[in-house]
Write a protein that binds this ligand. Structure first.
Ligand code: 3LM
Length: 399
């Protein structure tokens, strides 16, 4: 595919819509084709051998590369300011393929204490089975990181804002400590997206996405991405994807994520605007306590937020006075807002982390890591804000 209308000065939406594709190369088709193929024909045996050896570029088999997937990888890499990207079958596929490629038995990994439930299980139960030591550290606390960094480590992983309680972690601070130790910094940028935050600009080495969320944006697919240097991404493709997980994205799914990217900037800005209005409403309700939203003035990580994010995003956390019993009643009374896990969709989704996305932590671990049982997480969608506030209001009035 040609370089299309690439221009470094173009904005996020222009690049998300045009980069890397010229309709003239595909008989004028406005949208890129879905290359629905598992394998590729070689003109000669010699050509196939060269493609396999990597001495000439060419497609060999669909598990590792496909042209629809390649366009998606190129576009998201560009949005994140990365040299290269790799798209996979889910966010968990992206995370696990990355770490299976980065570490080996005897290595040590530092992970923030608050991450998505299945990412936590991968680090607490998965990697240790294969002889990798994992230490969970409060990465909001520079002293805790300094103590953990006294012993050699190979990689550090965190989400910012973190799932579920939206803690903001200072990417530049953690990356600097890791670089000094010769360790790789991996940031899950699912909640912010490259519209609001680009971790590589703050010193991170690799960015992970669950493209199931905002990048896809419509709750109709599962996908993941890894972005970083060409060498590191090649490693993840050749090891993590090719023979350690085989978790390939389908060509149709790659196409659907490309479609989602066209409206990414518009959507994310609207999600953030609507979430800010909902936060303002919630802040005026007596029954609502402990509101967490990255853009709040009282956020303890305010300086890091201002440095690395351009808005607060679409997720909000809060509790009800009276705890989770009242919280359940409130959630069950909602009529428009949908009770569901996942996030970043057009529909506003609400869920209870302790019994859903973070049930895999276990009660004792949740208490130790500071994930409250009363916490409610809401992903503010694209409905009209007044309708969302009306629904929240009628549910609160039932209590
Ligand atoms: C959720 N999260 O509702 P997939 N990284 C982050 C995530 O939030 C997630 C993943 C990776 C949720 C999914 S819970 C049963 C539903 C920050 C997923 C994993 O493999 O694409 O789901 O991404 O919080």
């Amino acid at each position: 595919m040609s370089d299309g209308k690439r221009n470094a000065r173009q904005g996020i939406s222009t690049r998300a819509i045009h980069l890397g594709y010229d309709p003239a190369s595909e008989q004028g088709a406005l949208n890129p084709p879905i290359y629905q193929t598992s394998t590729y024909a070689f003109e000669t045996v010699e050509q196939g051998a060269e493609y396999f050896a990597g001495t000439k570029p060419g497609y060999v088999y669909g598990r590792t590369r496909n042209p629809t997937q390649a366009l998606l990888e190129q576009r998201v890499a560009d949005l994140e300011g990365a040299e290269a990207g790799l798209a996979l079958a889910s966010g968990m596929a992206a995370l696990t393929a990355t770490f299976w490629s980065l570490v080996k038995a005897g290595d040590r990994v530092i992970v923030d204490k608050i991450v998505y439930g299945n990412s936590f299980t991968f680090f607490s139960k998965g990697l240790p089975r294969f002889g990798v030591e994992v230490e969970f550290v409060d990465l909001c606390n520079p002293q805790a990181l300094a103590r953990a960094a006294e012993k050699p480590f190979n990689a550090v992983f965190f989400e910012t804002p973190a799932n579920p309680n939206l803690r903001v972690i200072d990417i530049a601070m953690v990356s600097a400590v890791a670089r000094k130790a010769g360790a790789v910094t991996v940031v899950d940028n699912t909640f912010a997206t490259p519209v609001l935050q680009r971790p590589l600009e703050h010193g991170a080495d690799l960015v992970i996405h669950s493209a199931t969320k905002y990048l896809g944006g419509h709750g109709d697919l599962l996908a993941g991405l890894v972005l970083g240097s060409a060498d590191q991404v090649k490693e993840v493709r050749q090891n993590g994807l090719r023979y350690l997980t085989g978790a390939t994205i389908s060509p149709l799914t790659a196409f659907l994520v490309l479609r989602g990217l066209k409206t990414l900037e518009l959507r994310v800005n609207q999600h953030a605007k609507s979430a800010a209005a909902v936060v303002e409403y919630l802040g005026r309700q007596k029954a609502i306590t402990n509101i967490a939203y990255p853009a709040l003035e009282g956020n303890p990580a305010r300086a890091a937020y201002l440095r690395q994010m351009s808005a607060g995003g679409g997720l909000i956390c809060f509790e009800l006075d009276g705890g989770i019993e009242r919280g359940r009643k409130f959630m069950n009374a909602l009529k428009l807002i949908t009770r569901a896990v996942s996030l970043g969709d057009a529909e506003t989704l609400i869920q209870h982390p302790a019994s859903m996305t973070h049930a895999s932590y276990g009660a004792e671990e949740r208490a130790r890591h500071g994930i409250s049982d009363g916490l409610i997480r809401m992903s503010v969608g694209l409905e009209n804000t007044e309708d969302l506030i009306d629904d929240l209001d009628q549910a609160l009035r039932t209590l």
